[in-house]
Design a protein around this ligand. Structure first.
Ligand SMILES: Nc1ncnc2c1ncn2[C@@H]1O[C@H](COP(=O)(O)OP(=O)(O)OP(=O)(O)O)[C@@H](O)[C@H]1O
Length: 299
């Protein structure tokens, strides 16, 4: 694995394995790339390992869950070769997270303003004045009226949709190379979900930031991404251009996920749940892959 800084991907995950202390694998040989300015959706049912990939990239894996094999490169730099402190500051400078739950992501006892400007001054070394101007600019861009008043508010004084728009503003403010959006619309009601999705798409296009977009919703995949990685039980089932995946899905599981997705404005057949026999077969394959992996002593 050589370092390819000249034509580095924004994100390069190579054969990543993540496991619990007793060896139970949560991610199985996951590889994926993200090019500059690209949106890649990570899709799969609950527990497939979508969030775990985002957390591994950002270096925020839950306690006890460890990378057992594989590499993560940000713009060609091997994160796993860095000291923890260098890794933390590299990741903080180059990437940002738009989390699932905007309420828990914001500190309830701090005003909004410093929660946006602090990372800009602390991590990116901006002057307070520059950070404040950027916060105002971004709040305005995410359609927050009266940004100054909002910056003096506490999170509980704002609606869920507003809080998520604030987190989007905060994520894009330092112009990161990579944003991990972890189910950013799941906690919101349907009309707000659409606005938030549109906003992320617009800002992503304007800034050219690459986005790893975690979702369980194939409808969202179709709207936001150019590439898609389909996961099942921590394994990559399919990796292709989003258009190809919808027009010509290669794997029966991807076909089943698409069939299980309600399509607005199309009065097609009723949605089909993913067939139980297919799930059973995939679990069987997963167990077989784990047995082989254990036998090879992680190769
Ligand atoms: N803190 C934890 N300790 C032990 N196992 C965990 C922990 N967090 C997640 N897992 C397990 O890791 C696997 C992947 O979880 P992950 O949260 O990445 O799934 P996901 O695809 O994002 O699902 P969801 O859509 O429900 O968030 C699951 O089997 C889950 O049970």
């Amino acid at each position: 694995m050589t370092m390819t800084t000249a034509h580095a991907h924004t994100l390069d995950i190579i054969n990543l394995n993540i496991a619990l202390p007793r060896g139970q694998r949560l991610l199985r040989n996951v590889s994926l790339q993200l090019e500059p300015g690209e949106v890649r959706a990570l899709v799969g049912e609950s527990g497939a390992g979508k969030s775990m990939i985002g957390k591994a990239v950002l270096g925020i894996l839950p306690h006890r869950i460890k990378r057992t094999e594989g590499e993560i490169l940000l713009e060609g730099a091997h994160l796993n070769a860095m000291t923890p402190a260098t890794r933390r500051s590299t990741v903080a400078k180059m990437s940002a997270l738009i989390p699932q739950d905007p309420l828990t992501a914001l500190n309830p006892v701090r005003k909004i303003g410093p929660q946006i400007t602090d990372p800009l001054t602390r991590i990116h070394g901006w002057s307070h004045q520059r950070a404040l101007a950027r916060a105002r600019e971004l709040l305005d861009r995410v359609h927050i009226r009266a940004p100054d008043r909002v910056m003096h508010s506490y999170p509980h004084e704002l609606s869920g949709g507003m809080r998520q728009r604030i987190l989007i503003a905060a994520a894009f403010a330092p112009s990161p190379r990579l944003i991990v959006a972890d189910e950013p619309t799941t906690a919101l009601d349907v009309t707000v979900q659409k606005q938030i999705l549109r906003l992320i798409r617009e800002l992503q296009r304007e800034t050219g930031t690459a986005v790893l977009f975690v979702t369980h919703d194939m409808g969202v995949v179709a709207k936001i991404s150019q590439k898609v990685t389909v996961l099942f039980a921590g394994r990559v089932i399919e990796d292709a251009a989003t258009r190809t995946v919808f027009e010509n899905p290669a794997h029966p599981y991807t076909q089943a996920l698409i069939a299980a997705t309600p399509t607005p404005n199309v009065s097609a057949e009723p949605f089909q749940p993913v067939p139980a026999a297919l799930i059973t077969e995939l679990h069987r394959e997963t167990l077989a892959a784990d047995a082989l992996y254990a036998q090879r002593g992680r190769r």
